[in-house]
Design a protein around this ligand. Sequence first.
Ligand code: NAD
Ligand code: IPM
Ligand code: MN
Length: 372
Amino acid sequence: MASNRNLLVLPGDGIGPEVMNEVRKVIAWMGKKRAIGFDIKEDLVGGAALDKHNTPITDDTTKIALEADAVLFGSVGGPKWDTADFSKKPERGLLRLRKEMDLFANLRPAKVFDALVDASSLKPEIVKGLDIMIIRELTSGVYFGEPRGRHTNAKGEVEAFDTQRYTVPEIRRVCAVAFELARKRKNKVLSTEKANVMYTGVLWREEATKLHKESYSDVQLSHMYADALAMQLLRAPKEFDVIVTDNLFGDILSDEASMLTGSLGLLPSASLGAPDATGRRKALYEPIHGSAPDIAGKGLANPIAQTLSYAMMLRYSFDLGKDADMVELAVENVLKAGYRTGDLLVGNTAGTKKVGTQEMGDAIVKELDRLA
Ligand code: NAD
Ligand code: IPM
Ligand code: MN
């Protein structure tokens, strides 16, 4: 359906194309039943682009991404490209997009569906009702800091080095996103770093504190070292609301948080840039999981994280909150009805029905039909 919404779809590698196929069904349903259409372009990224174009993302694709209203991204990487030159690894395609689109705020919600309390690695009473939002800084820190590389040092030893680096504006802009979001939630922000051992941690804590005092003193702010938070997330995750942190800690803590919800295959994310003069912000939506080489091509992948990433896109890029709610409710109901991909079949599985990727996608669309 023609529309003025420009969407770039980049399925990528491994299970990326498999889970994206299921989202296509939801996109088609939304177009037909709710007149939510997109002008869709589709392209290669990651290993798929490397195989065809000898680069993990072409300049052309990057340009289309920069011009799109939103990018829906699958996942990249896999053992096939383990020996690729570091500068051409599939993951570099995603990192280039994050950097060039200046997607500094990565929203990674972790919510526990009631139907899945038994799928969590933690006791039901610890996770029931959990709803936290991790905001990960996405365009700086050790992922991009210079200098980085490897060489032979003066002693003749090979050494490798990365640089953790943050500027004050980089810290402030992502903390501002956290405070703003907290105001629409439980009004609590936890900022996490390692100010006890890292200069960047000290600066991070200072700036979070200053910004809070200047503009957000109505929000409750606390600080914790990232190692302690890794522990507290397993001890009492419901104590948290919004968590804001740097690029690397955010990567690790969000994978940890996924297991509170039951599976890495459930967690979506939104990567947002700063709003321009018209309020439009560049955006990319992707599950937090990777290409899952161990199950790729077998029809086993859980399409829910990708589906919920599409719902986040409706909400954050197109102001279609009601439609996003509907997709989320359809997912919730399908889980309530007992549909489970293999990753969710842990703990008490009484009353569940094992399904593959496509059956899960079909069940979600069928539930949308029922809800409409
Ligand atoms: P992974 O997230 O791909 O997989 C970790 C584990 O979780 C695997 O056992 C996998 O089977 C399982 N899993 C992940 N998603 C699932 C889903 N939707 N349904 C069911 N099970 C799921 O992490 P990894 O194995 O460390 O990395 C594999 C490749 O993916 C690497 O090349 C890595 O760099 C890349 N990666 C890419 C992204 C991305 O594109 N955004 C994110 C993370 C990792
Ligand atoms: C993620 C991934 C990426 C990251 C990789 C694939 C570059 O793990 O999105 O969580 O480390 O940021
Ligand atoms: Mn990750």
